[in-house]
Design a protein around this ligand. Structure first.
Ligand code: TRP
Length: 345
């Protein structure tokens, strides 16, 4: 397999109301990865319109995710931050991938089945085709690593299947044009971390979600110190003190969630948290968690609000990112056209 330069790519949908789950599960890992690798972080606005096209707040939501990236510490000068729709090659390469991917492959996607629900006939074609666009996001930059949640693993497998089939189907043209034995890399997911999955504060068996009817179920990134403290104090727990070892968290989803959140925010292992708080009552653990959460999230929320008050600045950052991303994507797309046999300008 040809050598590909290490490059991290990930995308976040601008669906509004970013919360602690988005931060610990994705954005915080993006910040860590930028220390050791080249990274491209994309606000995937074209994905956000697959379930519902008409979204009155789309622009504001795209800026909110961008503000969260910047407030959390992603450096848009050393790396690339942009919104997907500004780089038309994402959609263009997705068309080629539509012709690579098989209907059978897409029919196996569990996320489509979940999102389409019972009325599958009435789901948009875009929702069905979402994984091909996602493969295009990644492969138009030949990204080698993608930090994502567990729920995106299947889409990454599909991305590899598309890359492999393209590499095979065009093996002769790819070699002939000097790309060696592979045109696209087989991209690996980066999954994990102490709080990869953050659960609802009201029910430890449900994911923390922007669409939960109870605002107390989640900590929004723009919540102030007072709101953060209240929600943690009200968070559901059980009657036992904390265990001193991880095995003791089994069948205690609320305890497990709060310990995971603490570990994520403190950037330590759950075992270390339990070594410190084993046998403590929840009241003591919760006040420590309030202090930690306010210390870590307070400044991010404040910086987000400051940034969102200046949409012109955010748009300038996105424009600059789109220009730099576009230069790479344009080159890849030209190469794809040559390999496939599409005459270009
Ligand atoms: N499907 C991802 C999600 O919902 C978002 C996404 C779109 C993405 N394109 C991507 C993630 C490319 C990683 C890489 O979380």
């Amino acid at each position: 397999m040809a050598d590909f330069k290490e490059l991290v790519f990930s995308g976040v949908q601008p669906t509004g109301n970013l919360h602690l789950g988005n931060y610990l599960g994705a954005i915080r890992r993006f910040v860590q990865l930028q220390e050791s690798r080249d990274c491209i972080y994309c606000v995937v606005d074209l994905h956000a319109i697959t379930a519902t096209l008409h979204q009155p707040d789309l622009r504001a939501q795209t800026r909110e995710v961008t503000a969260a990236f910047l407030a959390a510490g992603i450096d848009p000068k050393r790396h690339i931050v942009f919104n997907q729709s500004q780089v038309p090659q994402h959609a263009e390469l997705a068309w080629i991938f539509n012709c690579v991917a098989r209907i059978g492959w897409l029919n196996r996607m569990t996320q489509f089945k979940e999102k389409a629900g019972k009325d599958r006939e009435n789901a948009s074609v875009g929702l069905y085709d979402y994984p091909c666009l996602m493969a295009s996001d990644i492969l138009v930059y030949r990204a080698t690593h993608v930090p994502v949640g567990e729920d995106q693993k299947q889409h990454l497998e599909l991305t590899r299947d598309i890359a492999q089939k393209f590499n095979n189907d065009f093996a002769a043209e790819i070699a002939e044009r000097g790309f060696g034995d592979a045109f696209f890399p087989l991209t690996e997911p980066l999954i994990g971390g102490p709080a990869a999955r953050v659960m609802s504060l009201r029910d430890g068996t449900k994911k923390m979600s922007k669409s939960d009817a109870s605002d107390n179920s989640r900590i929004n990134l723009t919540d102030d110190a007072e709101a953060i403290a209240q929600k943690i104090r009200k968070a559901k727990t059980d009657a036992e003190p904390l265990p001193s070892e991880e095995a003791g968290l089994a069948k205690r989803p609320e305890a497990e969630n709060l310990v995971g959140i603490y570990a994520g925010l403190a950037d330590t292992a759950r075992a270390d948290v339990l070594a410190e708080f084993g046998n403590a009552q929840f009241s003591r653990f919760k006040s420590a968690l309030v202090d930690l959460a306010v210390a870590k999230l307070g400044p991010i929320g404040q910086e987000m609000s400051r940034l969102m008050a200046d949409p012109g600045h955010i748009d300038a950052v996105l424009g600059d990112g789109a220009e730099r991303a576009g230069a790479i994507a344009e080159r890849t797309m030209a190469e794809v056209k040559d390999v496939v046999g599409l005459i270009r300008r």
